[in-house]
Design a protein around this ligand. Structure first.
Ligand code: S3P
Length: 182
């Protein structure tokens, strides 16, 4: 059973773009958790937040994490807040390698500025400073990643290659655990 590759990281770190290209490269199925939640609920993420609140969105997210954690051979792009619930991390780690994508607050700001309306947690007036604060508050959650990759100013293919190399390295380390020193 092939492990899933699970991309985590703050909004605008490139999870969807990188995930699609990585899945293509490894010939795996790509699943975007937020799109899947939208498909199942028949509502956009923004609508779920607006009509039913963040709590409802988080419980949909929890169900989805549990469901996808039972599957294999997927590249999964998660929503930026999936790591806030430890049971989501546990479900996704059960059969997955967690790849954390990172980017500078400035890069995040410029990427999300294009699509702020799709992101209920970011408003018209969100500043780089606000993003910096949110990143700092979430850092301990993103630290659950097995591999961490910075996407700031990086070419997409380079990021994908780096992930492939790091996953191979991780797998060989896990197969050949270092001898315990006396
Ligand atoms: C969220 C990130 C969003 C989406 C929702 C909440 C978050 O996904 O799941 O708006 O809490 O960081 P992206 O990271 O794909 O923007």
């Amino acid at each position: 059973m092939g492990k899933n590759i699970v991309l985590i990281g703050f909004m605008g770190t490139g999870k969807t773009t990188v995930g699609m290209r990585l899945a293509e490269r490894l010939q795996l199925e790509f699943v975007d958790m937020d799109r899947e939640i939208e498909r199942i609920t028949g509502m956009s993420i923004a609508q779920i937040f607006r009509k039913h609140g963040e709590t409802r969105f988080r419980s949909e997210e929890q169900l989805m994490a549990k469901k996808l954690g039972q599957r294999s051979n997927l590249v999964i792009a998660t929503g930026g807040g999936v790591v806030l619930h430890p049971e989501n991390v546990a479900a996704l780690k059960r059969n997955g390698i967690i790849v954390g994508l990172e980017a500078s607050p400035e890069a995040i700001m410029s990427r999300v500025s294009r699509k702020k309306s799709n992101r209920p947690l970011l408003g018209k007036h969100t500043t780089v400073d606000d993003i910096e604060k949110m990143l700092a508050a979430r850092e301990e959650y993103y630290a659950c990643a097995d591999i961490r990759i910075n996407t700031t100013g990086q070419d997409l293919n380079k990021v994908v290659n780096e992930i492939v190399v790091q996953i191979k390295r991780l797998n060989s380390r896990r197969k050949n655990p270092p001898e315990l020193q006396e």
